[in-house]
Ligand binder design. Structure first.
Ligand code: SF4
Ligand code: F3S
Length: 313
């Protein structure tokens, strides 16, 4: 059971083809009107609106065989049918790391007839109550991201718990702490109308808009956001991350000093950074009490080896 899996897109999927299957069921998905690409609104149906009679959301239950290969198509690139123009490439793959999105409108919780799934008010973490669950698997069927997983040994379902005992100590989750690429950052996000520009998540998602949800058309408002890769054909990226892709790539390809500084704070501390500030020299992260917890230089100092040490091993 892989609560946190990494897929090689576009072919990889765990369970296999989880996204393609649901996208096909959902029907036409268009983003229209609004100002610019990122201002567009979704015109198709969400999984809730497309729900068959008697169900809360559109979904399907994967067969056992679809869960067999967590790393299927690992590192397999694919030729794209549209002609790509640089910087995007015709042949590509990229990694998509996936945990439960702890959605604002969790379809898993809505679907459970036992009301065994709940979203915590204090931190938004979505949990399955292991005492209440009876293994009905409606959550597995109706979570569009296929993140609740049925455990045939215990006959109940489990999912990512967002490392809540760590979060209660203001510490980031293990998947974020353990990321050697330092490409993950965890924090608290505000509603768009209550943005705080010195809040790292608000800055990435609402101000710079470089971090985008996966498959926003599903309608659950996922709370995991991705900075899209720039060499992947845009059509594919837009299907996966919505219409904000061009803006995101443009913005991080030529970042302003605040964004550049904030990106340098990724993976630098195990404490949750609540506020950040970028000076001419440093990017600084603060905790909830406005205490400095991390400071990184924007430029690493260059040390030149004195001639006396040349050619010495
Ligand atoms: Fe529920 Fe799925 Fe959203 Fe996680 S990703 S909160 S399991 S609907
Ligand atoms: Fe409910 Fe899912 Fe368990 S639908 S009963 S939480 S398997």
């Amino acid at each position: 059971m892989w609560w946190n899996n990494v897929e090689t897109k576009p072919f990889g999927g765990y369970p296999q083809h989880w996204d393609v299957k649901l996208l096909e069921k959902l029907g036409p998905q268009k983003w229209e009107k609004g100002e610019g690409d990122s201002g567009k609104t979704y015109q198709g149906k969400t999984i809730f609106e497309a729900a068959p009679k008697g169900e809360v959301a559109l979904g399907y239950l994967p067969e056992d065989k679809e869960w067999r290969f967590p790393n299927i198509y690992e590192d397999t690139s694919t030729p794209w049918k549209d002609k790509a123009t640089l910087p995007s490439h015709d042949t590509f793959f990229f990694y998509l790391q996936r945990i439960c999105n702890h959605c604002t409108y969790p379809a898993c919780a809505a679907a459970c007839p036992r009301k065994a799934i709940y979203k915590r008010k204090e931190d938004g973490i979505v949990l399955i109550d292991q005492e209440r669950c009876r293994g009905y698997r409606k959550c597995v069927e109706q979570c569009p991201y296929k993140k609740p997983m049925y455990n045939p040994q215990t006959r109940i379902s489990e999912k990512c718990i967002a490392c809540y005992p760590r979060v209660e100590q203001d510490t980031v989750t293990r998947c974020i702490a353990a990321c050697v690429g330092k490409i993950r950052l965890q924090g608290w996000i505000n509603l768009p109308e209550k943005i705080e520009a010195d809040n790292p998540m608000d800055y990435l998602v609402h101000v710079a808009k470089v971090a985008l949800p996966s498959y926003p058309q599903f309608g659950t408002e996922p709370n995991v956001f991705y900075i899209p890769p720039r060499w992947v054909p845009r059509g594919y990226l837009k299907q996966l991350f919505g219409p904000g892709v061009e803006n995101a790539i443009e913005r991080y390809s030529d970042p302003d000093p605040d964004l550049l500084g904030l990106l340098q704070l990724f993976g630098t501390t195990q404490q949750i950074i609540e506020k950040f500030r970028v000076t001419e020299k440093d990017a600084i992260g603060y905790d909830a009490h406005k205490r400095e917890i991390i400071r990184v230089p924007l430029e690493d100092p260059i040390v030149i080896r004195p001639p006396i040490y040349h050619n010495i091993t």
